[in-house]
Design a protein around this ligand. Structure first.
Ligand code: SF4
Length: 384
């Protein structure tokens, strides 16, 4: 079996690792301990080779290496913005003999005291929000929980964020005692996470496990365009922080910007937010609002936004629109953004404007897209 054909253990859940060990006929009494050992090596140490696992017997290490790998998805390209933001084009491991490996984009946004990784949950997207570059890429497939987790493992490798690794010298890396290069994860990359809830939930379990990658659930935010029936379930199953891609305060306009609104209009969406498990003033829901010139940026829109969110433990992120090739919108003028944010600020919402990051490398919000297209059935058949 070639290295590429061997299943990788990177991104596996505890149950998944146990199943892999059982497949090697390990005695049941050993499984829990072996899972704990592998977990520590893979997610705390970032091991890339079974031989590094010194508290695992030589024989078991050899058997693991014979059947499995610790191979990560491949970084095809890395772009570093002049503001320190990094964008990686990542090629996933092939899912079958005909698959060359789908490609996704993943973005790292460093600040002095923290680093945020923006991960993808789908190749392409189920939805077609008209301000979003990913919305122009048809859904190819959902990512598995492993592929979602692997984005953090790849990032920590590249940023020297596992014990014994050296951080890169190009670009900004947060420093300070106990500060991890990746301290926050946001599901704001390619795809609608709530149309892949099972894998997103499993991935969140691995990301937040305190004996491995150890990200606090308060530092993991899942952003949705408003798949109302899944919102409560997300909260109940994962305890993740919630972000809503709102972008309009009237249904007729949101139907155009976020077509999913036709299925789940604003009133239903806000009710799901009011009912979100764990939401409180200490755990506010983030409402994202892209600033589109003369589309959704009037004073009346700002006042209506404030009115709509009354009684919801909310914070607002105004996102200056990030242009992409062929985009049908322009970014609001800065004076307009400031006027809009003043209205929101005076209503009690602190620092609403999100600073655009990585625009020069098409890494900013709504700019992600990969070239992977769904292999049409005919093409796949032709390839056989
Ligand atoms: S905003 Fe999100 S849900 Fe909408 S098209 Fe873009 S990636 Fe998909």
């Amino acid at each position: 079996m070639t290295q590429t054909q061997k299943p990788s253990l990177i991104g596996e859940t505890r149950q998944g690792l146990a199943a892999r060990l059982r497949a090697l006929d390990l005695p049941e009494r050993e499984i829990k301990m072996r899972v704990a050992q592998l977990w520590n090596w893979i997610y705390f140490h970032g091991a890339r080779d079974f031989d590094a696992m010194l508290n695992v017997s030589k024989m078991l290490r050899a058997r693991l290496a014979e059947h499995y790998t610790l191979e990560r998805p491949e970084i095809v390209s890395e772009q570093v913005s002049n503001d320190g933001t990094r964008k990686w084009l990542i090629r996933l491991r092939p899912v079958d003999a005909h698959d060359k490996g789908a490609e996704i984009e993943c973005v790292y946004i460093p600040e002095e005291d923290r680093g945020t990784l923006c991960v993808s949950s789908q190749v392409g997207c189920t939805l077609t929000c008209t301000f979003c570059h990913t919305g122009t890429q048809r859904l190819v497939r959902n990512l598995t929980a492993q592929e979602i987790v692997a984005q953090l493992v790849v990032a920590r490798d590249r940023l020297g964020d596992f014990p014994g690794l050296t951080p890169p010298t190009d670009g900004l890396i947060p420093k300070g005692d106990g500060v991890r290069a990746v301290s926050n994860v946001v599901f704001m990359g390619m795809g609608e996470p709530l149309y892949n809830l099972d894998h997103v939930s499993d991935a969140l379990g691995v990301l937040s496990d305190g004996e491995g990658l150890s990200l606090s659930r308060r530092r993991i935010t899942v952003s949705t365009s408003g798949v109302v029936p899944q919102i409560g379930e997300l909260g109940a199953r994962t305890g993740a922080m919630l972000a809503i891609s709102l972008h309009a305060v009237r249904d007729d306009l949101r139907d155009k910007l976020v077509p999913l609104n036709k299925k789940y209009p604003i009133a239903e969406l806000l009710q799901a937010c009011r009912d979100y498990p764990g939401a409180s003033n200490a755990r506010r829901i983030t409402f994202e609002y892209v600033m589109l010139k003369e589309i959704n940026d009037s004073d009346a829109d700002a006042r209506e936004l404030v009115r709509l969110l009354k009684g919801v433990p909310a914070k607002i992120n105004l996102i200056p629109f990030n242009p992409w090739p062929g985009a049908p919108y322009e970014c609001s003028d800065w004076e307009r953004i400031e006027k809009f944010s003043d209205i929101v600020f005076n209503a009690g919402y602190a620092s609403p404007v999100r600073t655009p990051r990585g625009r020069d490398i098409l890494a900013a919000c709504g700019q992600l897209k990969s070239e992977t297209e769904k292999l049409r059935a005919r093409a796949r058949l032709a390839a056989q």
